[in-house]
Design a protein around this ligand. Sequence first.
Ligand code: HEM
Length: 177
Amino acid sequence: MTSVSEKSRASTQDNTLVDPISAHPAFNRTESQIAIAGHPIHAMLVAFPIALAMCTLGADGFYWWTGDVFWARAALWASGMAFLLGVAAGVSGTIELLMVRGIRIRAASWTHFVLAVMLLSILGANWGYRLSGYEQAVLPWGIMLSLFAAGFTGLTGWHGGKLVFDYHIGTSPTGRD
Ligand code: HEM
């Protein structure tokens, strides 16, 4: 088997550029380890914070429109569950990131980690801000935080999809398992 340094040396000789990271033997081992019957737990969990972040923005919008306190209470619960389930998704994703060599070696995985940790802090702030008075919290800062959280959720989720669909992270190379 050709070693990484041999491949890099060969590429220097024939003037073709080879990314030394992609020449690493572990680069293509990306299969999810935190999974149930081969289905990644992280991918199952992320649907909840994504949907709940959007629900928080929706509930804030309905409170602004109707003035009904029900929607302010709904936003409190939605923001809290978005944060807590986001942390659960983050824990499963982080274990995966640290355990699987093909995931750990890719810069894109770490970009997703940084985006996700920023998102979790925004989701936590949106919930924490409402705890000392959920009705007064909505306008104007609560709804602005929700808008920011919804946008950042879209960015993080889009990037997570990029990991799976562009880099095949978490997928099985054999199509089985
Ligand atoms: C905090 C640390 C996080 C880490 C280390 C992490 C890591 C990962 C990894 C390794 C994948 C590839 C699939 C897999 O192996 O399961 C992934 C996919 C994904 N992540 Fe994260 N993630 C984190 C948090 C989040 C959060 C908070 C969200 C919520 C927006 C999120 C959204 C996604 C999405 C939508 C996918 C694509 C799932 C699919 O289409 O199958 N991630 N993430």
